[in-house]
Design a protein around this ligand. Structure first.
Ligand SMILES: Nc1ncnc2c1ncn2[C@@H]1O[C@H](COP(=O)(O)OP(=O)(O)OP(=O)(O)O)[C@@H](O)[C@H]1O
Ligand SMILES: [Mg+2]
Length: 357
């Protein structure tokens, strides 16, 4: 058996069946030996969103095969695995159960530790698969279900600084794309639309931009877009609206990031100021460019996961598993599936809190 731990990670929280094997390395950056993501986009496309029963059935059908392929690709044997890490939440209950139970069974049969992972912590640690980053760091998590600024103080130690009070950013991208007639999942395609349009054509609102600290809000933006799309007649106008939406999002994130920088520095004294932007929406090139500029102007080093590691994948789950393994933080086989699992358990639930800000 290799002296460097090898972790097998499993992710089935939503509509991706993913398995990865990573190995610890002296550099502090683990090697990704294999990382397979099987997307279910084709299954859910005709419904315009993820259908939980279909997603779970597909996970059941594929998980064995994906795990076998991952093992083959890594050139490892099951006996080489040091621990199994699987997403326990948040996500769809019946989807999470497939990966979590598969992981427990595998760990038990191999007689190695089992580790239950918070999917969001996977996103938070995803750039550690290619960059050394020290705690604490500021995180902007922008994904399909979450939009939050957090101070990442250590493994499992999160202080939320701001959150969306309504829609998540990925949701705002997907809903706007749907209104523009772009098929599901629209986020990445909307960015392509935006490249062909004039971003100054439509003046869109920036909800709660001058109140609520670094909390975020995107629902008003969606309502404005709904109103505009009713009068849109040409393809070019669609591109212009997409470009205006993209620019508005970039500006909102830039302004709110500056507030988050200050809030982060109020509670942390750090030599190096690191800003991680992770989650599916972190793959957006326009957002990347804008936040690089904002970070440079404020002496923060911005770090994005590699584009392939922004969306859901199991390498990020194995990454959390690796850190937990080194701290000997293992879980029992009765570790529960938890559909709602915030990173900062002490933070108040703020959805719908608009008027109180
Ligand atoms: N280039 C892009 N521009 C904008 N949005 C994008 C881009 N690429 C992906 N997205 C969006 O990212 C989201 C998916 O991200 P992710 O897989 O992290 O979300 P999730 O796992 O469904 O949610 P969560 O991680 O909060 O549970 C989708 O809403 C998708 O449209
Ligand atoms: Mg995700």
């Amino acid at each position: 058996m290799s002296k460097n731990p090898i972790i097998l990670g499993i992710e089935t929280s939503c509509d991706e069946t993913a398995v990865s094997i990573i190995q610890d390395h002296e550099s502090g950056i683990p090697k990704i030996l294999s990382n397979i993501v099987s997307s279910q986009v084709d299954i859910h496309k005709e419904f315009g969103g993820v259908v939980p029963e279909l997603a779970a059935r597909s996970h059941v059908e594929k998980i064995n095969l994906i795990a076998k392929k991952t093992l083959d690709e890594s050139n490892m044997r099951l006996e080489n695995i040091s621990a199994v890490a699987a997403t326990a939440g948040p996500g769809l209950m019946i989807c999470l159960s497939v990966g979590l139970n598969f992981g427990k069974a595998l760990a038990s049969s191999l007689n190695v530790p089992f580790i239950g992972v918070n999917h969001l912590e996977g996103h938070a640690l995803s750039p550690k698969l290619h960059t050394n980053i020290n705690y604490p760091y500021l995180l902007l998590l922008i994904s399909g279900g979450h939009s939050q600024f957090l101070s990442v103080n250590g493994l499992g130690k999160y202080k939320r600084l701001g959150t969306t009070i309504d829609d998540a950013l990925g949701e705002a991208f997907d809903k706007t794309a749907k209104l523009l007639g772009i098929e599901f999942p629209g986020g990445p395609k909307l960015e392509k639309f935006a490249e062909r349009g004039d971003s100054n054509k439509f003046d869109l609102p920036k909800p709660i931009i001058s109140k609520g600290g670094c909390n975020l809000s995107f629902a008003g933006l969606k309502t404005a877009i709904l109103r505009i799309t009713k009068n849109i007649k040409t393809e070019q106008e669609k591109y212009d609206l997409a470009a205006s939406f993209q620019k508005t999002i970039e500006e909102i994130l830039s302004i709110k990031s500056k507030i988050a920088f200050d809030e982060f520095l109020k509670i942390n004294s750090v030599k190096k100021k690191s800003f991680v932007v992770a989650g599916g929406v972190a793959a957006n090139n326009g957002i990347r460019k804008k936040l690089i500029q904002t970070s440079n102007n404020n002496n923060f080093e911005v770090i994005f996961p590699n584009p392939k590691l922004c969306g859901d994948n199991a390498a990020m789950i194995a990454m959390v598993g690796m850190e937990m393994f080194k701290l000997k933080k293992f879980n029992n086989l009765d570790f529960p599936v938890t559909p709602r699992l915030p990173l900062d358990k002490n933070a108040a639930f703020l959805k719908g809190a608009g008027i109180k800000l």
